[in-house]
Design a protein around this ligand. Structure first.
Ligand SMILES: [Zn+2]
Length: 235
């Protein structure tokens, strides 16, 4: 994809790709860079994928990401080696569920309550959100989660699209959650939950909100007069 740095980021167009073939373009101590990768590299509150690389005569664990590079443990492939990458799919799918869950909560919080989500961290099947609102209470947070569960249960389709920087500039409402990274890209990817919420986003999502599962408000903490932190778990 032109403009998306040098590496072909396969996960942007196919979020369900679990295995892929690639060629090693650089190797450093504990790090490998590929010409194309379906491993999410980390960023925007979404952790990097883990998994493994296998090639003729060796294999290594992928323990995370460092910029475009994968961090590895085990054998080290040489530059030019053809490798097969496999993502730890159970973990990744749980993170995808958590990411789409965040967008559903954000859609409800923003549109119905004018509450801003100012920060987030995603984990497999759970997430932490920072909410900014003058009169936020645990009861209100629970109400937002209840409405988010109702919305997700409707089975809404989630789609991604690439738009130009110019189109993005005309639609400032796309830049909502503070966690998203846009500036470094020439093109912007948007994630739309059918008839519900659309925003710029470079992470990975489930294809339908019915995959999210049930959101549970696990913890509520005050971080100051306006700022509250909630922990959501998925069942
Ligand atoms: Zn997002």
């Amino acid at each position: 994809m032109p403009g998306f740095e040098d590496m072909d980021r396969l996960y942007l167009e196919d979020q369900y790709m679990r295995e892929f073939d690639a060629t090693v373009v650089s190797v450093e101590e504990g790090r490998v860079t590929l010409d194309r990768s379906a491993f999410y590299p980390g960023g925007g509150g979404q952790p990097a994928d883990t998994g493994k690389l296998v090639w003729d005569g060796g294999e290594c664990e992928v323990t995370g990401g460092a910029g475009e590079a994968l961090t590895i443990e085990g054998d080290r492939p040489s530059v030019g080696t053809a490798v097969r990458g496999t993502i730890d799919w159970e973990r990744r799918h749980q993170i995808m569920r958590a990411h789409t869950c965040l967008h559903v909560i954000d859609g409800i919080a923003y549109k119905q309550y004018n509450v801003d989500i100012t920060g987030n961290q995603l984990y497999p099947a759970r997430g932490r959100l920072d909410l900014s609102f003058d009169n936020m209470t645990r009861e209100l947070a629970q109400e937002i989660i209840d409405k988010s569960n109702e919305a997700a249960a409707r089975g809404l389709t989630v789609t991604t699209r690439i738009i130009s920087k110019e189109e993005f500039a005309k639609n400032p409402e796309l830049m909502r959650v503070a966690h998203h990274l846009y500036e470094k890209y020439d093109e912007i990817r948007t994630v739309e939950i059918e008839g519900f919420d659309v925003q710029a986003d470079g992470g990975t999502h489930v294809a339908n909100t019915s995959e999210i599962g049930t959101m549970v408000l696990a913890e509520y903490k005050s971080k100051g007069a306006r700022n509250k932190r909630i922990y959501v778990e998925l069942e």
